[in-house]
Design a protein around this ligand. Structure first.
Ligand code: AGP
Length: 613
């Protein structure tokens, strides 16, 4: 997710853009850029300096022209193309008059670029976004004004966008449009603004409006006019904003963890977007291992830490079930010291949100030293893990700020399950109709997550009812087991209370001795294939006085006879259930921690990325 800002009619255009970009850095910061347009044409500056990109951009702007009243700014979270200045927005058309900024993913950018290049357009970046500048250039050359040029261009585009464009030959105008990626418009006397998020223009605009999907807005100094993709006039929805800046950066939520929990449907949509092309072949842009190399894989080892380890555990079930490849999962810090066996055909997958966890980087280095191919699953483009791997699958969850990982987990599970389907396609271990059905089922998980999110208050009520409990077990079977592990990790790292995840079938082999009145046992009970066994596990702990919280599907009519509290979720394909069942467990941990007045974004003793061994 990137940050975009635009302004028309300002006397302090550049300062407004740079200040707005600083306020949008939480949306991504691997590069930044601005474009100003006025009588002298379009002037652009860009910089790529990681967390200091906006600072570096300010230095690039020291010789910027003055007096320009219209401008665009962008801070990037790379999804296509390395985080280098050449790929930083704004992107220009061939003539250098049109500048565009974009947040989202243009699914069909490849075919559009081929067509545009065949008509003589010259591309200067390795991004999906640049096609927009050249599409608009062609429409303008055909005599369309900037609004119509944007509209007709977007009719050819598939994917997600929050887009803004300016053209030096049509001064004092910005045209913006939105599909999936957020976009707001702000007005003040004589000046009109646009931004991905309110924080960028919070103290500039006095009125705010939300742009809805497939709406196009023409901004001028005196205000704006909006149309839909067919060109019919629409009215933008006014927003009532009474936030301070920090609240605005959290999207109006109390903290980044709540914001990121609620971003999970979008994270899933973005991670799964643009992953299947012609003839239904599942593809990964950065998968440089050939189909033959993947087909010849005989054993897969996933290495990861923390939450990423739990996502990797879920992947084991999917890879073995769908692709019939032997699969094991190892804690990164253990893998590298156990003199691992690596044979011809061994593929090692390093899973890491940050791509900077030194344990996982060292584990994949050890695997490569021993001759394994390595695939990185990373949420950060060009992270150390991604750079060193033979191939990469990027999750596109957007920047994750809160130490407790939430949206990265569901994005990792989705990406790894998609990879398992690709392996099944290559190995012919699933009929294509089953791959298709599972692929479509994955696409529907985001909506099911949204249903689980809508039940937040029910979960909070259970957390409040159990306030004061000090000992927690999280149990599950099959893919419910890694879900239970992840629920326990969220709980312990946020509440600082004892909580452990366990295979439900293991309880009687020892831990059952710990169960007594006052202990809370949370059970993931959504998988029909093991439901009967789970019910008997619940009876075991109930008989010893435990309070039982069950995560159960909406259609489960037996669970209420054994569980004290029920957290309802939509039923789904069992292999997808960790992405949905984890939502009430995230909220349960969050609500309990808030009840203890903990800082949920920065739990004690922990860091977002562990770069020391
Ligand atoms: C999870 O909530 C923790 N923040 C932590 O366990 C984290 O998942 C782990 O450090 C791995 O981080 P990574 O995914 O960036 O490699």
């Amino acid at each position: 997710m990137c940050g975009i800002i635009g302004v028309v009619g300002a006397s302090d255009t550049l300062a407004t853009l740079l200040e707005g970009l600083e306020r949008l850095e939480y949306r991504g910061y691997d590069s930044a850029g601005v474009a100003l347009s006025g009588a002298g044409g379009t002037w652009r500056a860009r910089a790529a300096a990681g967390t200091e990109s906006v600072l570096a951009l300010k230095l690039e702007c020291e010789d910027a022209p003055t007096g320009f009243r219209t401008g665009l700014g962008h801070t990037r979270w790379a999804t296509h193309g390395a985080p280098e200045a050449i790929n930083a927005h704004p992107h220009l058309d061939c003539a250098g008059n049109i500048a565009i900024i974009h947040n989202g993913i243009i699914e069909n950018h490849g075919e559009l670029q081929e067509e545009l290049e065949s008509r003589g357009h010259v591309f200067t970046s390795v991004t999906d976004s640049e096609v927009l500048a050249h599409l608009i250039e062609e429409a303008r050359a055909a005599g369309q004004d900037l609004t119509e040029a944007v509209r007709t261009s977007l009719l050819t585009v598939r994917g997600a966008f929050a887009l803004a464009a300016l053209d030096a030959t049509e001064p004092d105008v910005i045209v913006a449009a939105r599909r999936v990626s957020p976009l707001v418009v702000g007005t003040a006397p004589g000046v009109t603004y646009l931004a991905s998020d309110v924080p960028a223009i919070l103290d500039k605009a006095s009125a705010f409006y939300a742009v809805n999907d497939d709406e196009i807005v023409r901004l001028g100094p005196e205000g704006f006019r909006a149309i839909d993709l067919e060109g019919a006039p629409v009215r933008l929805r006014p927003l009532s904003i009474d936030w301070d800046l920090e609240t605005a950066q959290k999207g109006g939520y109390d903290d980044f963890m709540t914001k990121e929990i609620n971003e999970q449907p979008d994270a899933l949509r973005a991670t799964l977007l643009d992953r299947r092309h012609r003839d239904n072949v599942i593809t990964f842009d950065e998968m440089s291992l050939s189909d033959d190399e993947l087909r010849d894989v005989t054993r897969i080892v996933l290495v990861a830490a923390g939450t990423s380890y739990h996502a990797a555990l879920v992947a084991k079930y999917a890879i073995e079930r769908w692709a019939r490849v032997s699969c094991e999962v190892d804690i990164s810090s253990e893998y590298r010291y156990r003199d691992p066996v690596v044979e011809i055909g061994t593929l090692v997958i390093g899973v890491s949100q940050s791509g900077e966890t030194i344990d996982t980087i060292q584990a994949t280095r050890e695997a490569q030293r021993r001759g394994a191919h390595v695939v990185a699953v990373s949420n950060v483009v060009d992270s150390s893990l991604a750079r060193e791997a033979n191939a990469v699958i990027y999750t596109r969850a957007g920047l994750e700020v809160s130490v407790a990982s939430t949206k990265a987990f569901v994005a990792q599970v989705a990406a790894l399950e998609l990879f398992a389907l690709r392996l099944a396609q290559l190995r012919g271990t699933l009929p294509e109709r089953d791959v298709e059905a599972l692929y479509l089922g994955l696409q529907a998980v985001g909506a099911q997550v949204a249903v689980a999110l809508s039940r937040r208050d029910d979960v909070t009520a259970v957390a409040d009812a159990l306030a004061g409990a000090r000992d927690f077990f999280f149990l599950g079977r099959h893919v419910g087991f890694p879900t239970a592990l992840e629920g326990a990790l969220k709980f312990k790292e946020l509440t600082y209370l004892h909580a452990e995840g366990y295979p439900a079938g293991e309880l009687k082999h020892g831990p059952l001795a710990l169960i007594e009145p006052g202990v809370v046992v949370v059970v993931v009970a959504t998988d029909p294939s093991v439901h009967e066994k789970i019910l008997s596990n619940i009876s075991e702990v109930k008989a010893r006085g435990a309070s039982v919280v069950a995560v159960a599907t909406d259609d489960d009519e037996t669970i209420s006879s054994v569980a004290d509290f029920i957290l309802r979720v939509p039923a789904t394909e069992p292999m997808f259930s960790p992405m949905i069942d984890i939502v009430p467990l995230q909220i349960f941990a969050y609500a309990t921690a808030r009840g203890l007045h903990h800082n949920v974004d920065r739990p004690r003793n922990l860091a977002k990325t562990v770069t020391v061994e």
